[in-house]
Design a binder for this molecule. Structure first.
Ligand SMILES: C[S@@+](CC[C@H](N)C(=O)[O-])C[C@H]1O[C@@H](n2cnc3c(N)ncnc32)[C@H](O)[C@@H]1O
Length: 267
């Protein structure tokens, strides 16, 4: 029985990092005409209402997207992924503040072409109907009430789509989830070695994320084929100390693009 609901955390700094990486990677894939596959193993709702009671409880978006949004609407020299992210958000909101925040599945459904294919999974009975509603109208997208790890196993290697990747964004409800996630990625990488694998993790006091990163490091991939991006907050006494993304097979120059994005946000 799953208890985690992302609506309590939507738009926080981890989402900003994760969604900007997602946009950066998808933009590289979209540069080529050839269609591709994208798998979102832990998709969440698709769209999040930041004015809801749940989001208002901790207001994590205040130190996340709300903090960065203003600078994203100013200046001429914005990184392309920030422009895309801002435009996606602005198209969903008309007022002075952000009420509707796009999650990974919605961002992907919106960016992919009808010839590409998105499989988005969520196994939470309460969350899944939101997911279905938010991406159901996009020709490229298919929402599935399924275990994302089992689905990953069965979807790859795909019969026709050889390019593409996977976003793995688990809720890490128990410590064992870090090792389970690493194992799922290693098995998938064996079956589809050219796929892009992006996995998000929280940086906590207890550093559980080492259980995820150590097995991935042990794959001994070349430096350019395994990249880690961590944003350390420094201003949080308890809870999450930072947010991390590990990427296997990042597209050429995506890490450099994201380094520029990070610098822009730190200004
Ligand atoms: C961190 S949230 C996802 C947020 C989303 N990726 C985004 O960026 O908008 C994790 C989601 O995974 C779902 N979940 C947990 N275990 C799952 C599993 N085994 N298979 C599919 N979904 C799962 C939870 O219900 C939750 O909605």
């Amino acid at each position: 029985m799953l208890s985690y609901q992302h609506i309590y955390h939507a738009g926080n700094r981890a989402d900003v990092q994760k969604h900007l990486w997602l946009i950066t990677v998808l933009e590289y894939l979209l540069k080529k005409d050839k269609n591709f596959l994208w798998i979102d193993t832990h998709a969440g709702r698709g769209l999040y209402d930041l004015s809801s009671d749940e989001a208002q409880k901790i207001k994590e978006y205040e130190s996340g997207i709300a903090q960065f949004w203003e600078s994203m609407n100013e200046g001429d020299d914005l990184p392309p992924s920030i422009i895309k992210y801002r435009d996606l958000i602005n198209a969903l909101n008309t007022g002075e503040s952000i009420n509707t925040y796009p999650g990974s599945a919605f961002i992907t459904a919106k960016m992919l072409r009808p010839k590409d294919k998105l499989y988005a999974h969520d196994l939470h009975k309460g969350e899944y109907p939101f997911l279905e509603r938010s991406i159901g109208n996009y020709l490229c997208a298919e929402a599935r009430f399924e275990d994302g790890f089992a689905a990953l196993k069965s979807l790859i290697p795909h019969k026709t789509l050889k390019r593409g990747g996977v976003l793995i964004d688990p809720s890490y409800e128990i410590k064992a989830d870090y090792a389970i996630t690493a194992n799922a990625i290693i098995q998938a990488h064996e079956k589809w070695p050219q796929g892009i694998y992006m996995v998000w993790y929280p940086i906590l006091d207890k550093a559980y994320h080492h259980d995820l990163l150590e097995p991935l490091n042990a794959l001994n991939l070349a430096n350019e084929d395994f990249v880690i991006d961590e944003w350390h907050f420094g201003d949080v006494e308890r809870g999450m100390k930072g947010t991390g993304i590990a990427i296997i097979n990042p597209p050429f120059q995506a890490p450099e693009s994201m380094a520029y994005v990070k610098k822009f946000l730190e200004q």
